[in-house]
Design a binder for this molecule. Sequence first.
Ligand SMILES: *Cc1c(COP(=O)(O)O)cnc(C)c1O
Length: 359
Amino acid sequence: MAAPSSRPDAAPGARYDFASDNTAGICPEAWAALTAANAGTVPSYGNDEWTTRAADLLRETFATDCEVFFVFNGTAANSLALAALCQSYHSVVCHELAHCETDECGAPEFFSNGTKLLTAAGELGRLEARHVEALILKRSDIHFPKPRVLSLTQATELGTVYKPGEIRALSDLAHRHNLAVHMDGARFANAVASLGCAPADVTWKAGVDVLCLGGTKNGMSAGEAVVFFRRDLAREFEYRCKQAGQLCSKMRFLSAQWVEMLRDGAWLRHAAHANACARRLEAGLRDIPHFRVMMPVEANGVFVEMPPAVAAALRAKGWFFYSFIGAHGYRLMNSWASRPEAIDAFLADARTAAANAQP
Ligand SMILES: *Cc1c(COP(=O)(O)O)cnc(C)c1O
């Protein structure tokens, strides 16, 4: 399996519609928030009204008195959260495709001063209890780093989603073995929009102790929130943020975006739109010979297999997308900004490419 590091060449005039959900721009609500937050002078380093309001809105959104921190990106959110949960001699159990394992350049290990990541296999990007438990129980001697955290990604790196009961079962397993539960929610909004549940149902009510909630891929210019449902785990977390260069001095430009995203549900509307675009793309691709949809489309990603000649023809047409699974598996991401016309244009090119690939 390859993470999206196998980059196709970027042709001039290439179209990045399906390359990632962070190729999209800033959504209208976040943009308006930047303008609103730009008026006048306010206290810095998060001691402003926007930041207080954003944290309160997150507590409302999750219907619980959680502790909230705002950082610039997901790598920092995950790494600092994991570092807060671990000593250097601990380990983190995660999926073999987890972003913290494959795409964070060792930041979790770095910020935790050596905590080891232990990876488990699992169908469709989801962890499975039997593999997780085997990994936790594999060693209990002093010569091996002690498992301390279970890290889940919701929605997963393969565009699938854990149901509340699945999270509950994995959390119970983790807690039974004295592990804390961390959730990488870079695409949490897509998961909640897909499940149609309350945010609490797939987090603290299902046993999640800390959530890294993504804003960037859902339309903000930057910004993720680290949400501690167990407040005791957040002790001195502000120092970690500052030391890691993650304390924004003009914090209002991060927090105001959260306010506008959360205030009237824009975060879920944008995620639902991205998910619907993924389903439209999937439906179209299912009708084209040579294309095979590889994963259930439960969030905003479509994973599809196509022959190399077809992929090459699409890329020659200017479509930029990543190889993701095996030799012929590709990832097509959708975002708040995805347009039906772009999907239809891609499908038309896909039909032509597939027809030309016929013997
Ligand atoms: C994008 C992403 C992140 C965050 O990545 P940054 O580039 O550091 O913001 C974290 N986890 C997952 C699953 C992601 O897809």
